[in-house]
Design a protein around this ligand. Sequence first.
Ligand code: NAD
Length: 510
Amino acid sequence: MNIAAKTPSVAAEAAAILEKLGVDKALYTEGDMSSYSPVTGEKIGSLKTVSADEAAKKIEKAHVAFRAWRLVPAPKRGELVRLLGEELRAAKDDLGRLVSIEAGKIRSEGLGEVQEMIDICDFAVGLSRQLYGLTIATERPGHRMMETWHPLGVVGIISAFNFPVAVWSWNAALALICGDAVIWKPSEKTPLTALASQVILDRALARFGDAPEGLSQVLIGDRTIGEILVDHPKVPLVSATGSTRMGREVGPRLAKRFARAILELGGNNAGIVCPSADLDMALRAIAFGAMGTAGQRCTTLRRLFVHKSVYDQLVPRLKKAYQSVSVGDPLHSSALVGPLIDKAAFDNMQKAIAEAKAHGGSVTGGERIDVGYADGYYAKPALVEMPKQAGPVMEETFAPILYVMPYNDFDAVIDEHNAVAAGLSSSIFTRDMQESERFLAADGSDCGIANVNIGTSGAEIGGAFGGEKETGGGRESGSDAWRAYMRRATNTVNYSKALPLAQGVSFDIE
Ligand code: NAD
């Protein structure tokens, strides 16, 4: 079923939300950078961009703010993030709606993205009292050794269009409690939600009272503005989320000046359905993982290996789900699949499908759907049965295409699973403990995220998020990801009256 609905001007609705949230109108009506809603293709903003000089000045200002903020006790810094969580709760409906308008997410996913921001704030508030260092046994009498964690500096955040606000909050909430300042270069495809998030933080800052000016700022612009963050000597850490192509450019530039990088890049995530799998559960997890967010999550399920013994039970049901899934206007209908971000995304999808066919693929879906907007790019999710893993299956195409392949041998399928360049998320569906444990073992999945009996997408904030190989190796959000936002000092204190040297070295001067 394809759902068509008439949306009143999304531009007017976006403007009304921005006004309600208190964003300065000039910022999104008087500039030269256009932004569009993928829902209708309509222009929704004319954004003021920063010049290279202005960007550098803002970074300097953030550095000054950092020098003051690092001296505020961490639990007090946590209070700012607690207030941010409160403001986000109050703004959840509006910001969630704006995410849907600007990124095309269905309503529950737009709201879910803001919920993720709230969750990371809660996590960071608790963490602000737990930035623990170790006490370490020393070999010298009358000495004490310990680790101290100090604020790092200005943290640059570069984000992608598909999680326009959550990724900023994962970084910003941690960086702020760690005593850092933050500067954010959002995707040029989703700048309005960035302006909205900044005013929400501004409200928290106003309530907090005495935080230094310039502690959090937004740089609106294209990748050249991102490059300024990447190259600036007063930005010791850049957390960059986006394509592997972007990471290949950003990574070496950061390395050249010995800055830290958190790279959160593309994924080519796979699932394995084993003979003992609960097929009803697998079906639901696969459908959400592969079709949800119109296939535009870094953790979207893109490759599925199904054991030959259950292939004919599962795949026809899956095809039926693909044929019946509702595609449509995410703002004014109950469709489960919204639009692709733009025409280029749709063209890439068609190209990959054509290549898959050339490699012997058999395609269900994939065609453009007319929802009533000439400039909205809606596509039926595509399920492509492939004889083997080859051609476009090896790459991430940022669209709803699921390649399905049969397998026979468990060892061989683990090798196939790990044969791609990316290493973000993975899952196995099995009730066989030997298979599930092997999948999680050292010779199992090589991804940063490996799941059993749940899909590849929809991570919670409590765990460290990120992936290996060409996904970039970065970790952000939960667990001990906070350590990347601080610098570690090892301190040795001598409270004795002697000066013994380590390793028994003697150096006796007259
Ligand atoms: P993109 O790479 O086109 O852009 C991402 C951001 O990087 C934008 O803000 C862009 O302006 C900036 N940028 C691009 N080149 C740059 C450069 N040379 N220097 C500095 N900044 C630069 O990605 P996109 O199309 O917005 O997002 C989709 C991609 O992001 C997919 O590959 C997806 O898998 C990935 N992604 C990864 C994660 C993750 O956590 N691993 C999360 C979300 C998205």
